[in-house]
Design a protein around this ligand. Structure first.
Ligand SMILES: Cc1cc2nc3c(=O)[nH]c(=O)nc-3n(C[C@H](O)[C@H](O)[C@H](O)COP(=O)(O)O)c2cc1C
Length: 191
C-alpha cells in the first residue's frame, strides 16, 4: 500500500522569513519517521493573489489557473502540517488567504500545527486558526509551539531541542495512526 502524502506548508511568505528553516526541521523528522511521502509546500512559491475566485470554493468551480493548481496540490494530500508565524497576536494573512481558496480539498485530512514566535511561541496564531480548521473539518493531531528567543534559527538552520523534537514526533505518530480512518471517511464522501 502506498504511504500517506504528508504536506508541510510554509505559511510565511516574507523575504528573510525563518519559516523555511523551521519547516525543514519538521520535514527531516517526517522523512526519518518513514511513514509518509513528504512534500514541502511553500506559499511564497505558490504565490496566490488575494482571493479572486467569483464562486464559493464549496462549488469547486474555479476560474483561475492558480486556483486549479492550488486545488490539485492540496487534493493529493492525506495530511497537512501548517508551519505558521505569529503576526500581531494571530496567524499571518498569506496562510488565511491560501486556506480560503479551497474547501473540499481540506476535508477529513489530519492536521498538525507548528507555530513560532516570541515568548508566546505562536500559541495565539494556533488558537486563532483552530476554529477555521474545525469549519473545514480537518482532524487535529497536535501542535508544537516554538519560542524563537530561546530556541533560535542559527545561520538558517533550526535544530529544535529534545522537547520540540518529541512534540513533532508525537504529531507524526498521531497523523499516521488516524490516516487510514480518515481515508475511509474521504472515500465514503467522494462516492
Ligand atoms: C508583522 C509582524 C508581526 C509580528 N507579531 C508578532 C506577535 O504578535 N507575536 C510574536 O511572538 N511575534 C511576532 N512577530 C515576530 C515573528 O514571530 C518573527 O519575526 C518570526 O520570525 C516571523 O516569522 P517569519 O520570519 O517566518 O515570517 C511579528 C513579526 C512580523 C513581521
Amino acid at each position: 500500500m502506498s504511504k500517506p502524502v504528508l504536506q508541510i506548508i510554509i505559511g510565511s511568505t516574507r523575504p528573510g522569513r525563518v519559516g523555511p528553516s523551521i519547516a525543514t526541521w519538521f520535514y527531516d523528522l517526517a522523512v526519518a519517521d518513514g511513514s509518509f511521502e513528504v512534500e514541502l509546500v511553500d506559499l511564497a512559491k505558490v504565490n496566490l493573489p488575494l482571493f479572486d475566485e467569483p464562486k464559493h470554493p464549496l462549488l469547486r468551480s474555479y476560474e483561475h489557473e492558480h486556483t486549479k493548481k492550488w486545488s490539485q496540490t492540496i487534493a493529493r494530500a492525506d495530511a497537512i502540517v501548517f508551519v505558521i508565524p505569529e503576526y500581531n497576536h494571530s496567524y499571518n494573512a498569506a496562510t488565511k488567504n491560501a486556506i480560503d481558496y479551497l474547501n473540499h480539498e481540506w476535508r477529513y485530512k489530519s492536521l498538525g500545527l507548528v507555530s513560532y514566535g516570541g515568548v508566546a511561541m505562536g500559541v495565539r496564531a494556533i488558537q486563532a486558526l483552530k476554529p477555521i480548521f474545525m469549519a473545514l473539518r480537518l482532524f487535529y493531531c497536535g501542535e508544537v509551539t516554538i519560542p524563537l528567543p530561546t530556541v533560535p534559527v542559527v545561520d538558517g538552520v533550526f535544530s529544535g531541542n529534545d522537547v520540540l523534537n518529541a512534540g513533532a514526533k508525537a504529531i507524526l505518530k498521531e497523523i499516521a495512526d488516524v490516516a487510514p480512518a480518515l481515508k475511509t471517511i474521504r472515500d465514503a464522501h467522494s462516492s
